[in-house]
Design a protein around this ligand. Sequence first.
Ligand code: T4K
Length: 395
Amino acid sequence: MADRVLAVFSGEPRFATPLHVGRPNIGDRGAFLSRIGGILDRHWLTNEGELVLELERRLAERLCVRHCIAVCNGTAGLEIAIRALGLQGEVLVPSFTFVATAHALQWQGVTPVFCDIRPDTHTLDPRGLEKMITPRTTGIIGVHLWGQPCEIDALTALARSRNLRLLFDAAHAFGCSHQGRMIGNFGDAEVFSFHATKVFNTLEGGAIATNDDDVARRCRLMRNFGFAGCDQVDSVGTNGKMNEASAAMGLTNLESVDSFIAANRSNYQQYRAGLATIPGIRLMPHNDGERRNYNNIVIEVDQSECGLSRETLHRALHAEHVLARRYFWPGCHRMEPYRTLFPSVHLLLPETDRVASRVLSLPTGTAVSETEVHAVCAIIRQAVEHADELSAALA
Ligand code: T4K
């Protein structure tokens, strides 16, 4: 009954069909199927296929970067880049990120050292980083959360001055820029995710972007078991290859990605207008002065201002079939194995804990119309207006 509590105000769920966060953007169906037909005709499904090579070329052109190495998913891309950069010992990383960022390190036997974030941007706070460096530290992983580049300049300066490697998790930041330069060009390497939920998807997939020829060479080797030629293995490696069907989806979606971003931008503007006057609801801003993909619509719920906890609003939205997500609650440090490995680390992460308890991701993408955005904003407004009744009903 509590889950239908908003029906007190609205009757049946506002949306007959649930509205999801992360509904994939899909380009021209005919173009995709024609490429799939070509794959079947050629009998070439993976391993340096021509569509993967074409996708890598086109991505490198679009990002104005020397090397773009397509991989089977963003997590494998991070793992390969971590190896290729020689990260060992300890690496500084935010806890407020998808758990894949931390797992990619832990999986390689590298210790993630969780550092706090800035409350305004949700990205790594460079001010606290220096004191986290120990003799075992070999690198930093910054995360461009929500497509908002983290503090690239400060991290670059710190990495240079302390002789550390700098890797960026750019899973959210395809099509974004920093000071006019495309994400993909910073640090020693940057790793994108092309998962179904991302602005640009290849079904599953990702890419490592770098301007460093040697890093690129090592990533390519490691992506393919270390093979440097037929029967010749030059390094340890894994199977991180992208297949041809994913590349077909990628090439097709690349032809439409600007229209995906335009749809996201329009939804973002509707959300910005619709949420602007609701007390205690803060929409994470996207910087219109730079290139952005607007793929993440994230709000912070301030209970002291709106009288509503994030949990109550989350349940109210779900009752209306708006399937908002609590990305990235509760923070990696409160998930296993990190919670057990580092039981006191939360003491160093007050902003991470505070932000993680407030955030909600809202639906957007080409599957979400402006009318639906208006309806989501109306539900949030209504929930805040009836905060006391709602909170009492769900207590
Ligand atoms: N770094 C960061 C900062 C990341 O956010 C991610 C991935 C990575 C690294 C790793 O990259 P990948 O290895 O994944 O390439 C999802 C995605 O699986 C994950 O890619 C993404 N971040 C993360 C933020 O979200 P879940 O466990 O929340 O997925 P799931 O199944 O709950 O689906 C999310 C939403 O999307 C749901 O509302 C349903 C909808 N959806 C999903 C799929 C797959 C669809 O409507 N259609 C679909 O086909 O992790």
